[in-house]
Ligand binder design. Sequence first.
Ligand SMILES: Nc1nc2c(c(=O)[nH]1)N[C@H]1C(S)=C(S)[C@@H](COP(=O)(O)OP(=O)(O)OC[C@H]3O[C@@H](n4cnc5c(=O)[nH]c(N)nc54)[C@H](O)[C@@H]3O)O[C@H]1N2
Ligand SMILES: Nc1nc2c(c(=O)[nH]1)N[C@H]1C(S)=C(S)[C@@H](COP(=O)(O)OP(=O)(O)OC[C@H]3O[C@@H](n4cnc5c(=O)[nH]c(N)nc54)[C@H](O)[C@@H]3O)O[C@H]1N2
Ligand SMILES: [Mo]
Length: 766
Amino acid sequence: MEKKTSQHKIIPERTSEGLKSSKPAKNSVGAKAIKSSLLHAQKYMVKDQAIKLSLKMNQKGGFDCPGCAWPDPDDDRSKLGEYCENGIKAIAEEATNKSIKDSFFVENSIDELLRWTDFELGKQGRLTRPYILKKGSAHYTPIKWKKAFSLIANELNALADPDDAIFYTSGRTSNEAAYLYQLFARSFGTNNLPDCSNMCHESSGVALSETLGIGKGSVKLEDFEKAELVIVMGQNPGTNHPRMLSALEKSKENGAKIISINPLPEAGLVKYTNPQSPFRMLTGGIKLTDLHLPVKLNGDVALLKAIMILLLEKEKKSPGSIFDLEFIEKHTSYYQEFINDLKSYDLEDCIRESGIIKKNIEKAVELIASRKKIIICWAMGLTQHRNGVNNIREVVNLLLLKGSIGIEGGGTCPVRGHSNVQGDRTMGIWEAAPQAFIDRLSTRYNFQFKSDHGLATVPAIKAMHEQRGKVFFGLGGNFVSASPDTEYTATALSNCRLTVHVSTKLNRSHLVHGEIALILPCLGRTDKDIQSDKEQFVSCENSMGVVQSSQGILTPIAKTMKSEVEIICKLAMSTLPESHLNWKNWYSNYNLIRDEISAVIPGFEDYNKRVRQEAGFYLPNGAREGNFITSTHKAQFSINPIPDHNLKHNEFAMMTIRSHDQFNTTIYGLDDRYRGIKNGRRVILMNQEDMSKTGLKKYDIVDLESDFEGQKRKVKNFKVVPYPIPQQNVATYFPEANPLVPIDSYAHRSLTPCSKYVVITIHKSE
Ligand SMILES: Nc1nc2c(c(=O)[nH]1)N[C@H]1C(S)=C(S)[C@@H](COP(=O)(O)OP(=O)(O)OC[C@H]3O[C@@H](n4cnc5c(=O)[nH]c(N)nc54)[C@H](O)[C@@H]3O)O[C@H]1N2
Ligand SMILES: Nc1nc2c(c(=O)[nH]1)N[C@H]1C(S)=C(S)[C@@H](COP(=O)(O)OP(=O)(O)OC[C@H]3O[C@@H](n4cnc5c(=O)[nH]c(N)nc54)[C@H](O)[C@@H]3O)O[C@H]1N2
Ligand SMILES: [Mo]
């Protein structure tokens, strides 16, 4: 029998009062961005801290911005700090002096707090001491650390099977904490290590490992200076990776062309004003995109096929003039199979499915045909589809035809999300870690670790829903809001005996709980971490495989918070009292943890020395070096059919995207400045023609319904906003629209929820 989590919905459904919308912006960053970040810093941070932090962010010897994973230049860092508006917002969110007091939980019950929006929850300040929600209680109350650890240990050790526990990780966790966390989970006896990557770039990891032999991108930051063409697909860098715009600016200055492939005309891609260039600030910025292709949602495979068919036609006329036949011959497998398949497609079908007019596809073909140093960047617009893995394999096909991988100025660039999500994977946060990794762990610790595959995010939710998962432990993140199918996931969590969250700030996942729930407050990136009287530092890996140290600079606002490393070690000591591992010393000296990593993970030799070098160090990368560690020892072409869509006339394909004022489920504010939206998040962006056809007017209030294999899901009170978006495509914000993403709708093979393609119908609210 299913339990009810609450009388009301997990996400409040109040409509956005005071919503305003105007035309989307053409320019990005510039003076407005500086003003916005300063206002934000002023509102939420103490002034001298704000200045101190912005000067240290992403500096050598400073701390790694807790925002995105875009790399910092190896040299030549601006004195102003490798700075961006959304980076400032991310640190303002963390480095607040405001904290949640015990009285807060006395005054507010769980049911009461569930009525609050994510924005309201996040603004309550830092969590500074552990809290427990006892069985049957409506309020959190304080608990001592020691008691909290022994409670978790008792619950874990009472499980009939270690696989009844689930250890989730979000991507802010440092390398040191991540390494120990996976070691703890595996020592406890489970490989259930789902992470945010399962919902993010997993499709990239699967596709790249199989075609190029490494699940990471191949380019370095400096390649952007040498590229002749950069293609940005399914990504909104102006908001989510603002520092990428200065890399694109450099590409442009050096003569490169830029193509953007995106259903929306995202501001950052149109025009950019570098905040660190007074000249650009005065002259109003640089135009980045040379060609914008407003592809239909999930029309990318069709578009890439159309492009490649036209390239093939040119190649046939003059063999070797378009494709790099020498590279193909020497370094790739399955070329002929790929070409035979490509020939079986009808160009006009591909063009129709892509939604782009032929003239513009031909323009893209012209830009690609004559260039070889090509970088393709992508993010969630490609990965979060049913055919997410195929999307990325098709990107690889194009790069292989051109011989653009493993050369200066060319290659793959999956732009990662969380600042250390790539590092967490390298450290073994992986439910499906390779056998070689398990073997190295087993050798190092003289213990046979299990090598079966554990549960990824979607299967973990299902296991809890079916009452197989009984303890949920989250190292960071906001599982209930970030996961698909909010109500289903909420039921899953509420089926657990115990839910535990290691967190910096209050979020919805603390309110959707097991029989017993714990909140364990931890230090963040900006906080000083002192253990045994010595200041410690941690390290992270950015989107391009550079490992760097990160050291906070602010005195923590309370002594009762612990570092993630200390929390994991103490958890291990209380849960596994017989463990012969060095948990006790590891948290007093992080160098010892790095020694372990050096011994187990290839590429980390001499970690303690190399991480202290000013700009860190690069990890080995086969694809970058032209060494493809695949089943054929070569890069592989692959065959990727065009997905069917078959939308009925009243159905829409909906993508769920980020606004300019959020970091995933952390909501900084209620505006989406570049898209011209103010003061509201419960909105649905719709094509004007579609609005006329369905009789909807601007700001009409609608309910959205998804119908997946006969199961209906509904959210209420969204306001319609007219927007330049392809017909039959609509957009809403994540996480408000997550209740509509069906749990069973996930990408083939990567199991990534299809957050960018939810079939819905739209109904005027009663
Ligand atoms: N400030 C800020 N920075 C962030 C984050 C944040 O929330 N806020 N989140 C971090 C994380 S974890 C991640 S993963 C990244 C996310 O970075 P992005 O992937 O840029 O984030 P989304 O908002 O999901 O945007 C997806 C983009 O893909 C486009 N798109 C959607 N569907 C399709 C499609 O079918 N084809 C094509 N070609 N395009 C499509 C959308 O229009 C949108 O521009 O950002 C990271 N950085
Ligand atoms: N519909 C839809 N759903 C999506 C997506 C989408 O595009 N559409 N995107 C997906 C993607 S790409 C991702 S990556 C996931 C994100 O999923 P998560 O990583 O689970 O979610 P976040 O919102 O990033 O987590 C925020 C919480 O992390 C905690 N936190 C912040 N800093 C720290 C820290 O330093 N240490 C610890 N321990 N905790 C900290 C805070 O308590 C904060 O509330 O969401 C996915 N969900
Ligand atoms: Mo992500």
